[in-house]
Design a protein around this ligand. Structure first.
Ligand SMILES: *[C@@H]1O[C@H](CO)[C@@H](O)[C@H](O)[C@H]1NC(C)=O
Ligand SMILES: CC(=O)N[C@H]1CO[C@H](CO)[C@@H](O)[C@@H]1O
Length: 485
C-alpha cells in the first residue's frame, strides 16, 4: 500500500503503536487552520497491516459505587477511510479521558463523576472496538438526517460538500439524547481539560436562585459580561471568533466544545429545521440558515452553523457563550487584518457589542481579549487547532506565502510561546497516564528521549513530525481497574 508522504517524508511507527484499522476523525476548525498555516498537506503515516482480533466488549467504568452525578463526555467518529491512518488517535483519546478523570470526583477535584462515550457513524462501526479498551462506550448511529429527508434545493445539493464530513457530522447531535445524564459534553478529540467544569455543570443543574446556582453563576467566565444570564441555562458554547469578520452579525460555534443538558426535544428541533433545508447560499448577514447570517463560514451548513442558529434563533436565551480564552482555547488571532475591507483593519473580528460602533470595537478598547497571550494557568480547556496537534510534533509557524496580506494574517495567527506551554500540559497528562498504566497494567511507558523541543513536547518528539506514540494497553485491558472505579 502506498500513500502520499507527509511534509517531511513520512515516518515509521513501531508496529505495536499503530492502530491497525484506520479512522478518520473530523476536527472542523483544524482542517481550516492547518490548511491555512502549513498548506493542505496533512500528516500521514504508512498504514501498517496488523491482524488484531476484535476486543471483547470491555465493561465500561463501574462508577455506581459513587453517588456523584455522572456527566456524559462524548466524542464522535464520523468518517473512516482505508487510506488514511490517524497517528496519535489512541493517545488523544487516552489523554482526553485522563484529563477528564483528573478533574473529577475520583481525584477530589470536582463533585462530578463521568462516563466516556464515542458516537460512531454506522460506516465506521468496525472501528468502534478500538476505543473500548480506553473505556469509551460506543454508540453506533446513522446520520440523524438522511439526505432524502431534506427538502429538495440548494442546501440538499451542497451539504455533503461541507467541511468536514457533510451531513454525517450531525451524528454529534446524538450527544443530546443521553438522557441518563444530567449534563452531556461533546468534545473533539484534540482537546484537554485542565480545571474542573463544576461551575458549568452546576449552572445547568441547579436553579438560578439556589445557593449552588447563584455561586456557580457568579464564577462563570463569559464572553459577554454585559449580557444578563438566562434564567435557565441549558448549554455552554464558544464561538469560532477567529473565523469571523467584524461586519458579520453572527459567528459560528466552535465545534470542539458543547456542554448541554440532554434533551430529546432539542434533538428533534434540530432535525426538523435541518430537514427543512432553508438555507441561502453564500456568506453574509442575509445568507445561510433562513437568510439570517449563518452561512459561508467554516462548517456553516453542518454542525458549527446549526448549533449557532439553534441557540440564537430557536432555543433563544438558553445558552451561554463562554470566554474563548478560558474555555476551548485555540490561541488564535481575534483581530481583523484584511486583506478585504481594510476599513475594518485592527478591529475585533467579533461583531461590535450591542449598541456599540465599529470604531469602538478594538483590542485597545478591551473589546476583544487577545487569546494568543492569555495566561496558560487561567485556561480551563484547550483545543489544539491553531497550535497544531500535539502528536504532529510541529510548531505552528507561518508558511511562506507570496501574498503579503495573507502573510500578515499568518504571522499573527497564533503565538508559539503560548502554544508551547499548552503542548507541554498535554504531554504532562500523557506521561501521567502512561505512568499509571505502567503501575496498574505493566505497560511500559514509551521512551522520552526525543530531542525536538523537549520543553514543549516533553521528550515525545524525535524531530519535526516524528512522534513517539504510547504503548497501547493490552486488548483485555479494563481501564476502570486502572482508575480504581
Ligand atoms: C506570545 O506570548 C507571550 C506570552 O505567552 C508574549 O510574551 C509574547 O510577546 C507573545 N509574542 C507575540 C509575537 O505576540
Ligand atoms: C499583535 C501582532 O502580532 N501584530 C503583528 C501582526 O502582523 C503585523 C505584520 O506582520 C505586525 O506588524 C504586527 O506587529
Amino acid at each position: 500500500m502506498r500513500i502520499k508522504k507527509g511534509p517531511k517524508g513520512g515516518k515509521k511507527l513501531p508496529l505495536s503503536l499503530v492502530i491497525p484499522i484506520v479512522l478518520g476523525i473530523c476536527m472542523i476548525l483544524d482542517l481550516f487552520l492547518i490548511g491555512e498555516v502549513t498548506g493542505t498537506s496533512k500528516d500521514e503515516t504508512k498504514p501498517v497491516v496488523q491482524d488484531v482480533s476484535p476486543t471483547k466488549t470491555t465493561t465500561t467504568a463501574n462508577i455506581l459505587n459513587s453517588k456523584a452525578p455522572i456527566v456524559a463526555h462524548v466524542v464522535s467518529l464520523i468518517k473512516c477511510s482505508k487510506q488514511a491512518s490517524v497517528t496519535g488517535f489512541l493517545d488523544a483519546a487516552a489523554v482526553l479521558r485522563h484529563s477528564i478523570h483528573k478533574q473529577s470526583v475520583h481525584e477530589g477535584t470536582s463533585k462530578y463523576s463521568y462516563k466516556m462515550y464515542a458516537i460512531v457513524h454506522e460506516n465506521c462501526k468496525h472501528h468502534a472496538h478500538v476505543l473500548d479498551r480506553l473505556g469509551y462506550t460506543s454508540l453506533v448511529k446513522p446520520s440523524p438526517v438522511q439526505l432524502d429527508e431534506i427538502t429538495p434545493g440548494w442546501y440538499r445539493d451542497h451539504v455533503e460538500g461541507e467541511n468536514c464530513c457533510g451531513s454525517s457530522e450531525f451524528i454529534k447531535l446524538h450527544a443530546y439524547t443521553l438522557m441518563d445524564h444530567p449534563v452531556t459534553v461533546h468534545w473533539d478529540l484534540d482537546v484537554a481539560v485542565f480545571q474542573p467544569m463544576d461551575d458549568l455543570f452546576d449552572s445547568i443543574i441547579y436553579p438560578h436562585d439556589s445557593p449552588e446556582g447563584v455561586a456557580a453563576r457568579a464564577r462563570l467566565e463569559v464572553q459577554h459580561p454585559e449580557r444578563t444570564l438566562p434564567r435557565h441555562i441549558d448549554a455552554f458554547i464558544t464561538r469560532d471568533i477567529t473565523s469571523s469578520q467584524p461586519w458579520e452579525m453572527h459567528q459560528g460555534v466552535q465545534g470542539g466544545f458543547l456542554v448541554a443538558k440532554p434533551s430529546m426535544e432539542n434533538f428533534e428541533k434540530y432535525l426538523e429545521f435541518i430537514r427543512e433545508g432553508n438555507y441561502v447560499r453564500g456568506r453574509g448577514n442575509d445568507r445561510g440558515w433562513y437568510g439570517l447570517g449563518y452561512g459561508g463560514f467554516q462548517g456553516a451548513m453542518a454542525y458549527q452553523g446549526v448549533v449557532a442558529y439553534f441557540y440564537d434563533q430557536i432555543a433563544v436565551n438558553t445558552a451561554v457563550e463562554l470566554d474563548v480564552c478560558v474555555w476551548n482555547q485555540v490561541v488564535a488571532d481575534v483581530i481583523w487584518r484584511g486583506p478585504q475591507k481594510m476599513d475594518h483593519a485592527n478591529q475585533c473580528r467579533e461583531h461590535p457589542r450591542d449598541g456599540e460602533t465599529f470604531e469602538q470595537n478594538t483590542p485597545e478598547n478591551k473589546r476583544c481579549q487577545d487569546c494568543r497571550i492569555f495566561p496558560v494557568d487561567k485556561t480551563k480547556s484547550a483545543h489544539y487547532t491553531a497550535c497544531k496537534k500535539p502528536w504532529e510534533c510541529l510548531i505552528a509557524h507561518p508558511r511562506h506565502a507570496a501574498d503579503k496580506s495573507q502573510q500578515t494574517r499568518l504571522n499573527n495567527l497564533t503565538n508559539i510561546t503560548t502554544c508551547g506551554l499548552l503542548m507541554r500540559k498535554w504531554f504532562d497528562l500523557r506521561s501521567d497516564f502512561e505512568e499509571k498504566l505502567h503501575k496498574t497494567a505493566g505497560v511500559v511507558p514509551a521512551t522520552r528521549d526525543g530531542s525536538f523541543k523537549p520543553e514543549s513536547f516533553g521528550g515525545y518528539c524525535k524531530g519535526r513530525g516524528a512522534y513517539i506514540a504510547m504503548n497501547v494497553p493490552p486488548e483485555n485491558f479494563d481501564i476502570s481497574k486502572m482508575y480504581g472505579l
